[in-house]
Design a protein around this ligand. Sequence first.
Ligand code: ATP
Ligand code: MG
Length: 411
Amino acid sequence: MAKIETPRPIRGTQDMLGDMADRFAHVVDTFDRVRRLYGFKRIEVPVFEATAVFARSLGESTDVVSKEMYTFEDRGGDSLTLRPEFTAGIARAYITEGWQQFAPLRVATHGPLFRYERPQKGRYRQFHQLDAEILGAAEPLADAELLIFADHLLRELGISEGVTLTLNTLGDAASRDAWRAALVAHFEGHRGALSEDSIDRLARNPLRILDSKDPRDQAVVATAPDIDVYLTDEAQAFFEKVTDGLKAADVAWERNARLVRGLDYYRHTAFEFVTDRLGAQGTVLGGGRYDGLIENMGGPSTPAVGWAAGIERLGMLLDAPETPKLDAVIALEDDAMLATALKGLAHLRSNGFAAEIVASGSPRKRFDKAAKIPARALLSIGRRDDALYINARGDGSDAAVRAEALFRTVE
Ligand code: ATP
Ligand code: MG
């Protein structure tokens, strides 16, 4: 018979069990706890959208749209794209679901994203993000709140040491236009020293040259003008209110005047939380204000701000998480007691005890099998003189005593 070949996993996707899965779950659980403290509602949006949702909102000239999207035609002939980020889909939902009525709307979600990138440590083709957005809020307090939330999350995860908040302002439309003109003049003057990609960006989206990872561009980028002299008074005042908010909450930050976000619709606040603990993939969380996006997508003019964080990158920064422990494991040492053991097991679980039973294989080996499962209590269930016999051992906590007491109530 011909050998059956198992299809290989797709490059840049991940299967997780054990340590990585535990890290992933811990990041998501922590996010879910902290976002409630800040009044963010959970939302869900589709994993795929009409291609136009991303192509229009992200801007044709961004790396994500021009090189990284998973776009395909479905059986009905429509062009669909697997979401490369959350914001555009959330903005689409805000418009088509009429969520304007809830503005200002504070929402949070998490899930898989897809980008055709070169897979490496911390960079995958299917990866996962946490995402938080405030839609319909023009005031700098919204930006500050999101940053304080992000900082709080990192502290709760125990990874704020060695992760730095870097902050910039991209100003309002007038500041940005003036800065853009100055940047174009600077880059035109050094055209010969730029990479091919950046020469292309110069024509399409010159701000993005600041974001270039190509070493050839670094010298020209380093001498590029800052936005500061081009900031209007309003834009300057906005930035100060954001940083005042951070100061009041004791959130440390550093100015990075070269920071621009990869996407076209950012205004005012732009930020990244960065670390040198992850090699080249040093950005763990990034975001900013995107006041123009929803209008660009055909919706009402809507100021908004948000961030996204890579779950895998956050997970890699965690101290090794403890292996999750059951409260009790049951070793069934006499099959005649199966019904009693199952009743006891059900009773333990309805009382909030995480519990498992070992009831297969040779009864004599079940105790040893059960002892290998991390649990706070081990109950071995047998029969003596035709009656239930329980031998309970614990880890020093009261778990064994409580589990045995619960178990005995079902006799
Ligand atoms: P990078 O500069 O690393 O490419 P980015 O600017 O493209 O990041 P965003 O679009 O801002 O990233 O996404 C927010 C976060 O999502 C990043 O800070 C990172 O933690 C995570 N992220 C982005 N792309 C990937 C990927 N391919 N694999 C794993 N995590 C990713
Ligand atoms: Mg990227």
